[in-house]
Design a protein around this ligand. Structure first.
Ligand code: PGA
Length: 248
């Protein structure tokens, strides 16, 4: 049985006070749960949010990680730094990084490897654009995104990684993939992993992301290959996010 994981992605929103209030409300409201809950917060607030979450089971994550270990890379944040500050997870290859900041399958693979070297669990984001879906290229795009990381890190690396399927057309648009559409791609991803290792495919958590809300989470999370969610907009509201956390 895979443990469910519900992960908030705060993106570039709010200030320290907002973040700490939100974290406090989550810590106080979560109660006893079987599933893991995590929040991916802006780099500068990692330590401030860590302090608020210290006595709660909610894990801390970053929204990106450098593709290099250390050195003259002005403006970057290394996996060593993330581990040092107490981040358990780092998103890699979020579609906003791929589309606005030039992340490629290769740089994403490098980020993934850097995170793993420091025992920060990479959350590899994959997913197609609307155009790619309309051209029937969803599986091909997901293959390329996955294969770049498998080639660089090896299939064994997925024993300690998370995959997030986030169709780009569903992110921040209010348009969620239907339960069946999401399940279809999740199943495909798991089979692709299984072709190399059945044991790892059985174990790896595959999250769905893209306009997850309190009113659609339950049905999505009930699908056999959906192991939780990566939640953007709806993770900024404590009540709504807690409802999503309890939808597993
Ligand atoms: P959304 O974002 O829930 O606002 O669609 C999801 C994500 O980008 O991770």
């Amino acid at each position: 049985m895979r443990q469910s994981l519900i992960m908030g992605n705060w993106k570039m929103n709010g200030n320290l006070q907002d973040g700490q209030q939100l974290a406090k409300a989550l810590a106080e409201g979560l109660g006893e749960v079987q599933q893991e809950v995590a929040v991916c917060v802006p780099f500068v607030y990692l330590s401030g949010i860590r302090d608020v979450l210290a006595s709660s089971p909610i894990a801390l994550g970053a929204q990106n990680v450098a593709d290099q270990a250390s050195g003259a890379y002005t403006g970057e944040v290394s996996a060593t730094m993330l581990a040092d500050i107490g981040a358990k997870y780092a998103l890699v290859g979020h579609s906003e990084r791929r589309s606005y900041y030039g992340d490629t399958n290769q740089t994403v693979a490098n980020r993934f490897c850097q995170a793993q070297k420091q025992n920060v669990i990479p959350v590899l984001c994959v997913g197609e654009t609307l155009e790619e879906r309309e051209q029937d290229r969803t599986f091909q795009v997901v293959d390329e995104q996955l294969d770049a990381v498998i080639d660089a890190a090896g299939i064994e690396a997925f024993a300690n990684a998370v995959i997030a399927y986030e169709p780009v057309w569903a992110i921040g648009t209010g348009k969620t993939a239907s339960d069946d559409q999401a399940q279809e791609v999740h199943k495909y991803i798991r089979e692709r992993i299984a072709a190399r290792s059945q044991a790892i495919a059985d174990k790896v958590q595959i999250l769905y992301g893209g306009s997850v809300k309190a009113d659609n989470a339950k049905a999505l999370f009930a699908m056999p290959d959906i192991d939780g969610g990566l939640v953007g907009g709806a993770s900024l509201d404590a009540k709504g996010f807690l409802q999503i956390c309890h939808s597993v």
